[in-house]
Design a protein around this ligand. Structure first.
Ligand code: PMP
Length: 361
């Protein structure tokens, strides 16, 4: 392969090159062990250390307060759609959900299968082009928690500030923008994120939970569905996704080495601005999300016709700009530019967009 490919996939997505190189180097044998990380018992000191270091590095990277526990779980972010209500709804309790996209809707629907869930706000009737304003939300001060999706991967919108929920704990699906910018964890009761966008490879889900909320889990829950099981087992109650946690640990170390979340926010902001500026300055392209709600992670836009969109994706792929097709539920173009996506790739896409408009517009 001589030509460089820029991978705009929405997840699993591009990983930092040094992480892949280190994983490749260590694949046959981790230093000083003579064994591959894929071959080791999850009860070995080495794997325990990998899990513990990943946790410590996350604490350092995101300044996670001591009264929060960090878990590495399986089942994807999708399992959290039901695990959250199973654990956090009090007996006879209720929760509020805000529906701002496809995954937010799935979270709402799954939670409804578990208990009483109220729709506190939705932008579905507008095609999910934005997230709601605070004064549009219908919040129940007696709710057990308020669930939101901090970045909407399919539609390309992002909450710029979290909604005010008073005493009601905020629960966030942060799958597609976790650690792309500084986060004040103390504002949340629980944060969850599938790793395969900003944190590493598919197979592990990060859960950050405030300790006092652990008391809510009913003892009747099956062990695997109870957060307390995983807290007590240090994320190794059963066999954890060892390799995925190992990769996540390398990505977190890479983020720290890059300068941390402030640096990532600055870089991600610059990358997104380059792309949105191209969309706004070229007649041919139309952004999907309303400007103040635009995501820095998933940039969604349309061309004048679906035929041109198909041609755009085809020509871009040939030019080494891969995975730009929008999600099947909305169509159009989606460029996912997570932490590990390089600025040069965004610059290459902007040049391609200018050229495509010049020749096809
Ligand atoms: N939430 C969001 C915001 C997502 O983008 C995704 C996956 N694209 C999910 C949840 C589902 O994640 P998983 O596939 O890990 O279950």
């Amino acid at each position: 392969m001589t030509q460089k490919i820029y991978n705009f996939a929405a997840g699993p997505a591009v990983l930092p090159r040094p992480v892949l190189e280190e994983a490749q180097r260590d694949l046959l044998a981790l230093p000083e062990t003579g064994m591959s990380v894929l071959e080791m018992s999850h009860r070995s000191r080495t794997i325990e250390h990998i899990i513990q270091s990943a946790e410590e590095d996350i604490r350092k990277l995101a300044a996670i307060p001591d009264n929060y526990r960090i878990l590495f779980l399986q089942g994807g972010a999708s399992l959290q759609f039901s695990m959250v209500p199973m654990n956090l709804l009090l007996a006879g309790g209720k929760a509020d959900h805000i529906v701002t996209g496809g995954f937010a809707k799935l979270a709402f629907q799954d939670a409804q299968r578990v208990g009483q869930i109220n729709l506190a706000g939705s932008t579905e009737s507008e095609g999910f082009v934005r997230v709601p304003d605070q004064d549009e939300l219908v919040l129940d001060p007696a709710a057990d928690y308020l669930h939101l999706t901090t970045n909407n991967t399919i539609f390309g919108t992002e909450w710029k500030i979290e909604p005010q929920s008073g005493q009601v704990p905020l629960v966030a699906d942060a799958s597609s923008n976790i650690f792309s910018k500084p986060i004040d964890v103390s504002k949340y009761g629980l944060i969850y994120a599938g790793a395969q966008k900003n944190l590493g490879a598919a197979g592990v889900t990060l859960v950050i939970i405030r300790e006092d909320l652990l008391e809510r889990s009913p003892p009747s829950l099956p062990a695997m569905l109870n957060y307390n099981t995983h807290v007590k087992g240090n994320s190794a109650y059963n066999t954890p996704p060892v390799f995925a946690v190992y990769i996540l640990g390398l990505v977190i170390k890479w983020l720290i080495g890059q300068g941390g979340l402030g640096t990532m926010a600055q870089r991600n902001g610059e990358k997104a601005r380059l792309l949105y500026r191209a969309i706004d300055s070229l007649e041919f392209y139309r952004g999907h999300a309303l400007t103040p709600h635009r995501s820095n992670m998933n940039v969604t836009f349309r061309l004048p016709t679906e035929e041109l969109e198909a041609q755009f994706v085809k020509d871009a792929t040939e030019a080494g700009l891969a995975e730009l097709k929008g999600h099947r539920s909305v169509g159009g173009i989606r460029a996912s530019i997570y932490n590990a996506f390089p600025r040069e790739g965004v610059e290459a896409l902007v040049s391609f967009m200018q050229e495509f408009e010049r020749t096809r517009g």
